[in-house]
Design a protein around this ligand. Structure first.
Ligand code: ADP
Ligand code: MG
Length: 276
């Protein structure tokens, strides 16, 4: 449905968790599609050399396609690499190609190596409501670029044993980047993924995450769903692959929560500014 509040300023969100396979890419593409279906203009930036987000969005990303590598390393304008996502109005993607695997090393010797993505996004002139950045499962310069470019960190947490293990390292990195490079940065959103409501483990993990993080955790959990895992092999998000499935509906609901929380925060900031 339409009619959700759109942010006053572009919300740039990095989807991060240094563990692989926790649902970063799945969350990035499905939330982005959900926000677009709610009427927002959304850009997905694929910052993982694997290019899984590009694949899942049906975006061509063979070696010759202009990509986020050219933006980060060759200073190409972001607009020159952005492609519209087929079948989802308002959704765009800056793809990753295999070149990006070398960027982690090549960036080291470049000026402003931590803020190249942030510069590229701020020079992008098309109006956007959201930018969602999909990160590789490591805390190298690509992820640092994403943390510097964003105000919000979205952490997907898989409802499994050891769900919180290793998160400390991510949170310390968020604090480091906040302290040195990007004072705005904060963990705004935690999303529980691959939730299997039939198991006690899932509800125990959910409870643990909620008591640890509190209000940042979205009320909506993403269920474990075969439809979600099948969609990428058709170059689709679950939102077009099976719009009525529980996976699609849960991502739409998570997107709604994110939009409404953003609007609520804007209202609080306005009333603080007015001293009411
Ligand atoms: P990451 O980007 O963190 O490495 P992915 O998003 O690629 O993780 O997800 C890892 C695997 O889990 C993929 O095969 C994906 O299809 C599957 N997956 C992710 N979320 C779900 C879900 N809610 N239900 C079922 N499978 C999922
Ligand atoms: Mg991934």
């Amino acid at each position: 449905g339409e009619g959700l509040p759109r942010p006053e300023q572009t919300r740039v969100m990095v989807v991060a968790n240094q563990k692989g396979g926790v649902g970063k890419t799945t969350t990035t593409v499905n939330l982005a599609a959900s926000l677009a279906l709610h009427g927002a203009r959304v850009l997905v930036i694929d910052l993982d050399p694997q290019g899984n987000a590009s694949t899942a969005l049906g975006i061509d990303h063979h070696a010759d396609v202009p990509s986020i590598y050219d933006v980060l390393v060759e200073s190409k304008p972001l607009a020159d690499v952005v492609q519209p996502v087929p079948d989802v109005e308002g959704l765009f993607c800056a793809p990753a190609t295999i070149d990006l695997a070398g960027a982690e090393i090549e960036l080291v010797s470049l000026v402003a190596r931590e803020s190249r993505l942030q510069r590229a996004i701020s020079s992008y002139e098309q109006p956007l409501d959201y930018v969602l950045i999909d990160c590789p499962p490591s805390l190298g310069l690509l992820t640092v670029n994403a943390l510097v470019a964003s105000a919000e960190v979205l952490i997907p947490i898989q409802c499994e044993y050891y769900a919180l293990e290793g998160l400390g390292q991510l949170l310390r990195n968020v604090d480091l980047v906040k302290g040195h490079l990007n004072p705005e940065l904060h963990v705004s959103t935690i999303l529980l993924t691959m939730y299997d409501g039939r198991t006690r483990l899932a509800s125990q993990v959910a409870e643990e995450v909620r008591s640890h993080f509190g209000k940042e955790v979205l009320r909506t959990n993403i269920p474990r769903s075969v439809r979600i895992s099948e969609a990428p092999s058709y170059g689709q998000t679950v939102l077009t692959y099976d719009p009525g499935s529980s996976g699609a509906l849960s991502y739409l609901e998570a997107a709604r929560e994110i939009a409404l929380r953003g609007a609520e925060k804007e209202r609080e900031q306005h009333s603080m500014a007015e001293g009411t």
